[in-house]
Design a protein around this ligand. Structure first.
Ligand SMILES: [Zn+2]
Length: 186
């Protein structure tokens, strides 16, 4: 999914957690921001992996095992510090796992989604749809180009669910703006 969908998706997931646990403090804007930043973090591998954005899901930042270890340590350490850090660690966990879920769900083909669910035991990429080999014209022109986008919105279900996530996230954010303003003016 695109960074817009990851931003909206992690925001929605954190807001949902806030609704389910109203007294935990997840609905504080700074905590929500932690979830949103974490919701984009796994894609940073794009900048250091050989092969750029096409190959970026081949690193540990797109494996559940890495984040299970990282987040467990983060949460355990945070319990020794204070509740605010703990709730941020929790929001962080929501963010990264929402990212993995969305990448799993929106997988179109090798390199355009799919995460290595069973790494390090298997390097296979998994997705909601069976992953197909990418057409050559997409591989050759992978950078954000009209070729990629033509391919991207060929899958109606995935395309419209991505649009839905973005719109829902934007809508909820706009509805909550007065509350956020109140928080910062407090
Ligand atoms: Zn990703």
């Amino acid at each position: 999914m695109t960074p817009f969908a990851h931003t909206a998706g992690s925001y929605l997931a954190a807001e949902l957690a806030a609704k389910l646990m109203p007294y935990a403090g997840i609905n504080e804007p700074t905590v929500l921001l932690t979830a949103v930043i974490a919701g984009n973090l796994p894609d940073l591998d794009m900048f250091f992996v050989k092969g750029g954005s096409l190959k970026h899901r081949n690193t540990i930042t797109h494996t559940p095992i890495f984040w299970i270890i990282f987040c467990s340590l983060f949460i355990i350490i945070s319990t020794f510090i204070n509740h605010y850090i703990f709730i941020n660690a929790f929001a962080f966990t929501i963010g990264v796992f929402t990212h993995l879920f969305l990448d799993w769900f929106a997988a179109r083909g090798d390199g355009v989604g799919g995460i290595r669910l069973l790494y390090p035991w298997s390097k296979k990429h998994y997705g909601f749809h069976k992953l197909k080999k990418l057409p050559n014209y997409v591989v050759k022109n992978f950078k954000f180009s009209k070729y990629l986008f033509t391919y991207y919105w060929k899958d109606g279900l995935l395309f419209y669910s991505e649009i839905l996530v973005i719109l829902a996230g934007m809508g909820l954010f706009i509805a909550n703006v007065p509350e956020y303003v109140k928080y910062f003016l407090k």
